[in-house]
Design a protein. Structure first.
Length: 223
């Protein structure tokens, strides 16, 4: 399925670029105002949504091999939360990070992306004034990180499918993001699970190995 989706995404990319470019040229060539401007903005907004979806599908299907070095998992989580701090403040959402300082081999870019997705997912599920808790510990040569929210929760019927590509309960969702998180975790030799109850919130449980169990690239390829 992922290979087929990647092929479709590849075929969509060039027409999208052409459509976006010609729409902009038409806009610049015409005297557009009022409702016409609203229609133009709507077209451009939806083209950007499709372009973003294409990028996500391509990233999912071509996930790069992790480039690892010892990193602080707490530091990477704090980096992932930083772009959302103003939103937490505006919506009075309480964020708590309760983690010991642990260093182990990680690809910082991929791990930050994974936690960013989980934070965005939590924010979508939360009402103003609710909470996100990120905590964890090390055990049996693994670092276990739990990302919990007090949001609406996930239906038991939907729970088994949340990591499947293109499965989404959101009307405007594409079902790509959590599939990306799962692939990132698998690429690190770890895993991810989810527990949730309707009306009580959701917890994602991430397991990272503290040591690499297979060979993996440790420096990025030169251009």
């Amino acid at each position: 399925m992922i290979k087929i989706a990647n092929g479709v995404a590849h075929e969509l990319r060039n027409p999208l670029v052409g459509i976006g470019g010609f729409v902009r040229r038409l806009y610049e060539a015409c005297d557009i105002a009022g409702d016409q401007r609203k229609y133009y903005d709507h077209i451009i907004s939806n083209i950007k949504k499709i372009e973003n979806l294409v990028k996500k599908v391509e990233f999912l299907s071509r996930l790069p091999m992790p480039t690892v070095r010892k990193e602080s998992i707490r530091g990477l989580i704090e980096k992932a939360t930083r772009p959302y701090l103003q939103q937490f403040e505006d919506r009075k959402i309480e964020l708590t990070i309760n983690l010991e300082e642990v260093f182990f081999p990680l690809d910082s870019d991929l791990v930050v992306r994974a936690f960013s997705i989980l934070i965005e997912n939590a924010l979508d599920a939360l009402s103003d004034g609710q909470r996100i808790l990120i905590h964890g510990n090390t055990e049996n040569n693994y670092c276990k990180i739990l990302v919990s929210d007090t949001g609406a929760g996930i239906s038991p019927d939907d729970l088994p499918f949340v990591f499947d590509p293109f499965f989404s309960t959101k009307t405007d969702g594409a079902g790509i993001d959590l599939a990306i998180v799962k692939r990132i975790m698998n690429s690190h030799g770890g895993g991810i699970e989810v527990n949730s109850k309707r009306g009580e919130g959701t917890t994602f449980i991430l397991l990272f190995p503290l040591e690499r169990r297979r060979s993996i690239r440790i420096s990025r390829l030169q251009d």
